[in-house]
Design a protein around this ligand. Structure first.
Ligand code: EPU
Length: 422
């Protein structure tokens, strides 16, 4: 298992080019299953999760390949509608193939994702919506078996999600795109990645109105065709690198991204004392003094994203005062707290609330990455701490940050990958 050795005390400064968003690329790859003619997707990041989904789709007999940042897909040769446990267990977003398979081929068998480090993360809302569209769903031996009604087509319906779910909204709009009749979906997620998916579906011939609002209306069409599309910039990767500037009195220019995608995060950066300047496709964060404390509540978009909670917490560890965090999306997303405390932070957790008492500096220590975003908070903290920190279990970071070491090095971080098998 690889580890990062970080020699700290860096000032994080320089330019970084932002990749396509993992959380948009995954549903867009799943949507390729819906097209009867070839689809080309650009700006696809090279990440473990992307490789997993490509292997999953390829395992269905579909011709799919990635060259550089472009994925091409031709579904003509599909010969099964099966997503095995071995792949699904490594990535929960695999469940996103269920909607497209069911809608286009009338059947699917997809391993039920298990829980994960940040919470139990059920998929009941996805399944409830498919049932409302007439599907018969059963869970047998750990697999979801789904069958469309007689005639092989899902049927449009009115459905409102019990809670806001990004993956649920994505799975169901893909299914509704090929359903018979009109689907009106209420309480939809508004995340930019959901909007990106809806826009790609429209480019494939889907009829969707209300994109970017909580009610989407999808008029099912007979078939979808391929298209050429480019994945939206990764707002979480953007925010993660900009966070480094706030922790080190640094200066980071993130290119190939958009300030419109991360307004709630940039507002908090400004509250913490950063000077933020933006252009059409870039954001710059400059920081001089110690960060000011903040209060953060994670919420569905356009609220503050849970995927930036750990990184903001790492900044607030160095703030001149006490910050409060309330995590509203996942029940167990404070796994980084004991690790940040090992690096010298002072954080106390009570249920969904974490109280952070700012300290002057982090101190180097060996720590363990616990989930994708938590890993980034540890990397940034280690980069500021004087001395050497070894970060274990960095496979988490490889799931979601493309070329992370070279991007960090370009920003002045002294980071080395150690293969512990050597
Ligand atoms: N939920 C249910 N039932 C469902 C679906 C969701 O109870 O059927 C609950 C979840 O357990 C969670 C909440 O609703 O407590 C929100 O879950 P959601 O479905 O919105 O999350 P997701 O689609 O599984 C995506 C991102 C996550 C991100 C969340 C929230 C992808 C591949 N993943 O997950 O990204 O945190 O939305 O914004 O898009 C990450 O990138 O590090 C990451 C975890």
């Amino acid at each position: 298992m690889d580890q990062f050795l970080i020699t700290g005390s860096s000032r994080i400064a320089g330019e970084v080019t932002i990749s396509g968003a993992k959380n948009a690329a995954l549903p867009l790859l799943a949507a390729m299953i819906l097209a009867e003619t070839p689809t080309t997707l650009h700006n696809v990041p090279s990440l473990q999760d992307v490789r997993t989904l490509i292997a999953l789709i390829g395992g269905m007999g579909i011709h799919i390949q990635k060259q550089g940042d472009t994925v091409t897909c031709d579904t003509k040769t599909i010969d099964n509608f099966y997503a095995p446990y071995d792949l699904v267990k490594t990535m929960r977003a695999s469940i996103l193939v269920l909607g497209p398979l069911l809608a286009r081929f009338g059947e699917a068998e997809v391993s039920l994702p298990g829980g994960c480090a940040i919470g139990s993360r059920p998929v009941d809302q996805h399944l409830k919506a498919f049932e409302a569209m007439g599907a018969t769903i059963s869970v047998e031996n750990g697999y979801v078996k789904a069958q469309a009604p007689k005639g092989g087509k899902l049927i449009g319906c009115n459905f409102s999600f019990d809670m806001i779910t990004v993956g649920g909204t994505e799975n169901v709009i893909m299914a509704a795109a090929l359903a018979k009749g009109t689907t009106v979906l209420g309480n939809c997620a508004l995340e930019p990645e959901v909007v990106d998916l809806a826009n790609m579906l429209v480019a494939m011939g889907a009829k969707i109105s209300g994109i970017g609002t909580s009610t989407m209306t999808i008029e099912g069409v007979e078939r979808l065709h391929g298209c050429e599309y480019s994945v939206v910039a990764d707002r979480i990767e953007t925010g993660s690198y900009l966070a480094g500037a706030l922790m080190t009195r640094g200066d980071v220019l993130a290119k190939n991204t958009s300030a419109l995608l991360l307004t709630p995060v940039l507002e908090k950066f400004e509250d913490m004392g950063a000077v933020i300047t933006t252009g059409d496709d870039w954001i710059r964060a400059q920081m001089t003094g110690r960060p000011r404390p903040v209060n953060i509540r994670t919420q569905p978009h356009p609220g503050f994203p849970t995927d930036m909670q750990a990184q903001l917490m790492a900044i607030s560890c160095l703030a001149d005062g006490t910050s409060t965090f309330i995590e509203n999306i996942f029940e167990n997303r404070y796994m980084h707290v004991p690790e940040l405390n090992r690096l010298g932070a002072s954080i106390q957790v009570d249920g969904h609330t974490a109280v952070v008492t700012g300290v002057e500096n982090f101190t180097a220590a060996p720590v363990m990455a616990t989930d994708l975003r938590a890993s980034m908070s540890l990397v940034m903290a280690a980069a500021t701490a004087e001395g050497e920190s070894l970060i274990d279990r960095i496979y988490h970071i490889d799931r979601g940050y493309e070329n992370v070491e070279s991007k960090l090095r370009a920003l002045g971080v002294n980071i080395e990958r150690i293969n512990s098998n050597n």
